[in-house]
Ligand binder design. Structure first.
Ligand SMILES: [Zn+2]
Length: 322
């Protein structure tokens, strides 16, 4: 009887692995149910006329969960915000100070960094639940609530660092005003009727962050000078992403060609993850900066850039990690 040579065994093994991978890819690309076209969808799920195919039919809870394992036109949206939940929870906490002084701001940052992805993941996964339009709007509110958590709690370390060296009255007036603007934004966000209205709900907190950024640039406000690039990126990139999403670019130029990949919502999803990456970088720098400040240093900081070697090392490490 002929025995197999080592080379033949290796070739057979690699053939088996390749064939298994191909089978899994085929399974993922072949949905167990019939995917629908835009015309066949109920009115509340017809929100992008330039995405023509790949819609899941209305499904029960189990059907929605099963849709994680085959390709449809929400797969990229689900994955781009599902993966960051796991990644952030695994990597961000070690870079935050959990001592008494900064425990609240560390929680604000962690909650603000992870909430948008939880809301968005649940919304995109279950948007085709067969329970009707009212459940869809509840899920949309959950998505908005996640974004709001990021804009309110997530931005508190930035606001606090900006007023860290100011006197008690101005400091608390700024923080309380920011919180009131956020509450107003939440109320508007949960009752908004269109994508543009939903985006405008965050205008007041955003304008306040712009004002604080201008004060930081003029050295009137505090905050780590090394965080300023990320402060610009965290809002700039998300505004750019939001505008692309609302204008349906690029699928409006190629209707029906970008149903599964690279449509405006996919691009917006990736851009907002990039924006939260910048928020993380800015926040870690700001918290370290506040930790290094005392009253005598506060007197100097508003007119001079302070070099903090330990801080620079820490932020460089976290930059490599996230
Ligand atoms: Zn989305």
């Amino acid at each position: 009887m002929k025995t197999k040579t080592l080379e033949e065994t290796e070739t057979n093994d690699s053939y088996t692995i390749t064939s298994t991978i191909n089978k899994q890819i085929n399974k993922f690309m072949t949905p167990p149910c019939e995917l629908l076209t835009w015309n066949e969808m109920p009115k509340h799920l017809k929100f992008n006329p330039y995405v023509h195919t790949g819609y899941r039919p209305l499904q029960n809870f189990k059907g929605c969960i099963n849709s994680l394992f085959y390709m449809h036109n929400e797969t990229i949206n689900i994955l781009t915000h599902g993966i960051p939940i796991v990644y952030i929870l695994a990597t961000v906490p070690p870079y935050l100070p959990w001592n008494n002084s900064f425990r609240f701001l560390s929680w604000c940052h962690l909650v603000g960094a992870v909430s948008p992805w939880i809301g968005s993941f649940v919304y995109h996964l279950f948007m085709n639940l067969e329970r009707g339009e009212s459940i869809y709007y509840r899920l949309l509110q959950l998505d908005m609530f996640g974004i709001w958590m990021s804009q309110s709690f997530g931005a508190l370390p930035f606001v606090t660092a900006s007023v860290w060296c100011m006197n008690g009255f101005v400091k608390w007036l700024t923080i309380v005003s920011y919180s009131i603007f956020c509450m107003w934004g939440l109320q508007k966000a949960l009752t908004a009727a269109s994508p543009w209205q939903r985006r405008l709900c965050f205008a007041l907190p955003f304008l306040m962050r712009v004002l604080l950024t201008i004060l930081r640039l003029s050295k009137t406000a505090g905050g780590n000078p090394n965080a300023i690039t990320h402060v610009f990126l965290q809002d700039g990139v998300s505004i750019f992403g939001g505008a692309i999403g609302a204008m349906h670019i690029p699928e409006k130029w190629f209707p029906g060609c970008l149903d599964y990949y690279l449509n405006s919502h996919n691009i917006m999803h990736v851009l907002v993850v990039v924006a939260v990456y910048s928020m993380h970088q800015a926040t870690v720098r700001d918290i370290e900066w506040m930790d290094s400040m005392n009253h005598s240093k506060c007197g100097a900081v508003l007119n001079h850039t302070i070099d903090i070697p330990l801080l620079n090392n820490l932020t460089t490490e976290s930059h490599l990690e996230l």
